[in-house]
Ligand binder design. Structure first.
Ligand SMILES: C[S@@+](CC[C@H](N)C(=O)[O-])C[C@H]1O[C@@H](n2cnc3c(N)ncnc32)[C@H](O)[C@@H]1O
Length: 208
C-alpha cells in the first residue's frame, strides 16, 4: 500500500529535523503507521545507522521497509525496553512518536474508529487485543463509564452519558456505532453533535 494512502504525516521534515540524525546513530520510531517518518529517518542515516520501529496494528506490517538498517516490531511500544534489550541495543540516539490514529485506521469502516460509518463497536489498535469498544460499552459499570468520559473525553455530562448507556443495555447489548449514537442522541446537542460524538469516541478509543 502507498504510504500516502495509508497515512500522510504532517510536518514530516520538521519533525525528523528535530532528531538531528547522526548518520551512524540508533533511532526508534514508536508509531510506524505508513512509515513516512521512518523513510525520512532512513534517508538521513548512513550505512552504519539503525532504525527500529514499533506498531501494534497488524495492518502497518504491509508498509514495512526492505532495508538492512531497519526492523519493524509488531508490538505495543510499551515493551520498547524489552525488545531493544532483546536486539542488543543498549542506548539510542533518538525516539520519535507520532501519537494518535492513522488515516488508515479512520478510513477502514470495520475498525470502528470513525463516527462516519456504521460498524461494530471495536476501536482496537491491536487487533489481537481482547478489550474492544464493545466490551467497554457493554461491560464497564456506570462509574467506570463516567470516569472514562470525564477523564478522556472531558465531557461535563459524563454521568448522564454513563447512565443512558447502562440503562439502554439492560435489555440488549449495544453492538454498533449506530446503536450507540441512538442511545446517546438526547445528548448530541444540535450544531455540536459532531464535536460531542468525537469526544465520546476519543474517550472510548483511549480506554481501549
Ligand atoms: C498517527 S499514526 C503514525 C503515522 C506515521 N508516523 C507515518 O508516518 O505514517 C500512529 C500509529 O501508531 C500506532 N500506535 C498507537 N499507539 C501505539 C502503541 N501503544 N504501540 C504501538 N503502536 C501504536 C497506531 O497503530 C498507528 O499506526
Amino acid at each position: 500500500m502507498e504510504q500516502t494512502e495509508y497515512h500522510n504525516p504532517v510536518l514530516l521534515k520538521e519533525t525528523v529535523d528535530g532528531l538531528a540524525i547522526k548518520p551512524d546513530g540508533v533511532y526508534v520510531d514508536v508509531t510506524f503507521g505508513g512509515g513516512g517518518h521512518s523513510r525520512e529517518i532512513l534517508k538521513r542515516l548512513g550505512p552504519e545507522g539503525k532504525l527500529y520501529a514499533f506498531d501494534q496494528d497488524q495492518d502497518a506490517l504491509s508498509n514495512t521497509i526492505d532495508d538492512d538498517r531497519f526492523l519493524l516490531i509488531s508490538e505495543n511500544f510499551r515493551f520498547i525496553k524489552r525488545f531493544l534489550r532483546f536486539y542488543g541495543v543498549r542506548k539510542v540516539d533518538g525516539i520519535l512518536g507520532d501519537f494518535g490514529v492513522s488515516s488508515h485506521q479512520f478510513d477502514v469502516a470495520e475498525r470502528g474508529f470513525s463516527t462516519r460509518f456504521e460498524a461494530d463497536l471495536d476501536m482496537r489498535m491491536n487487533q489481537r487485543g481482547e478489550l474492544s469498544a464493545y466490551h467497554v460499552i457493554n461491560g464497564y459499570d456506570e462509574l467506570g463509564l463516567r470516569s472514562m468520559f470525564l477523564q478522556y473525553g472531558e465531557l461535563r455530562n459524563a454521568p448522564k452519558l454513563a447512565r443512558a448507556i447502562v440503562g439502554a443495555r439492560e435489555n440488549n447489548p449495544i453492538k454498533t456505532s449506530v446503536a450507540l449514537k441512538e442511545v446517546l442522541s438526547p445528548f448530541l446537542v444540535k450544531h455540536k453533535e459532531h464535536k460531542i460524538l468525537a469526544q465520546i469516541y476519543q474517550a472510548i478509543r483511549i480506554e481501549v
